[in-house]
Design a protein around this ligand. Sequence first.
Ligand SMILES: C[S@@+](CC[C@H](N)C(=O)[O-])C[C@H]1O[C@@H](n2cnc3c(N)ncnc32)[C@H](O)[C@@H]1O
Length: 342
Amino acid sequence: MTLLWALRSPCAFACPHCYFGTIEEHKEAGLPEQAGVLSHLSRSDLSAQALAAFARTLVGSPVERVIIAGGEPLDWPATLGIISLIKDAGCQVVIATNGVPLTRPHITDRLVTLGVDGVSVSLDSADADTNDQMRPSRSGRFGYDDVLDGIGTLLRARGDRPTPRVGIYTVVTRSRPQEITDVARLATDIGVDYYVPQPISLPPDHRLFDALSHTAGDVAGVDEQLHRLYRDPRGLTLPNPSYLRRFVAAISSHDSGRVPGCFGGASLFFIQPDGSVWDCPSDRRIAATPPERQRTIRDGDARTLFANRPTGTDCALFSRDCVNMWPLVEDMPQLLNVGVRP
Ligand SMILES: C[S@@+](CC[C@H](N)C(=O)[O-])C[C@H]1O[C@@H](n2cnc3c(N)ncnc32)[C@H](O)[C@@H]1O
């Protein structure tokens, strides 16, 4: 069983397309009321004590893998202690990061000694200026060069050890399908192990929806790039080839598709920074969760929260929002592929 755990809300980046929205819009308009809304404002984030208390209950629970995301998990000092508790519970740990904290050797050294299994670094373009437009830092002081520096620092800290495996995640937008293969080339050059391009997912009322979201006319270009990537992965580990079909299906329509026996709510759960537990992070699935099924890790125990799960439920809400869940659940053993490197 995999937990996607958005540990804390704050982030030093202000990506305008982020699932968490932007601080400016939430300060101006206030936080939307509905359940599951994410924000970089941390007003309702659980305390370090509450998060650690839940992490201690992972021992003997069905949870096998925890993907730690956010917000930016590695800017918060308490994260390393929580990772330690999760590893003590015998779970695999993968961290999703903007990459800048990896420039600090005390962090990379700690990730190596804690035995973190994977570190997924976000980089949206092989071109520095384009990446820094997609992923601007709030201070304007950090960007592409720091991300590459962070990846290099982590790879050096790992040295000859097999872990952590290091990956790049790239958000693919409608105007730049070529990033799929351009970032792969860069990833190989800098010694990265795995690579996951993922389609941008925006709600139709998002101000960047028209500019960034794929339309039917963009599908052929993406399909061609994905096939090129899978024909020549340049030594990178990629998600299983079925990912390619799912990626293309997701950007081909804005309607919902069907997933028979979906792992959401069976072998995948999503925890948001206020402790709410959802079957998956898809906004459609969260919106469809009845109030009596809303749960929290606050004072909760993983051994009881995740007991009695279904083996898989048919879900009629497949969208671009969920494509990148397969790499977290079904493809992760392949992406982490411990033992391949000497
Ligand atoms: C929300 S971030 C949190 C972890 C970390 N701060 C980071 O930058 O990777 C996790 C991943 O979600 C991606 N992401 C954010 N908003 C997205 C969107 N609207 N569509 C697709 N991916 C998105 C990011 O690019 C990143 O790879």
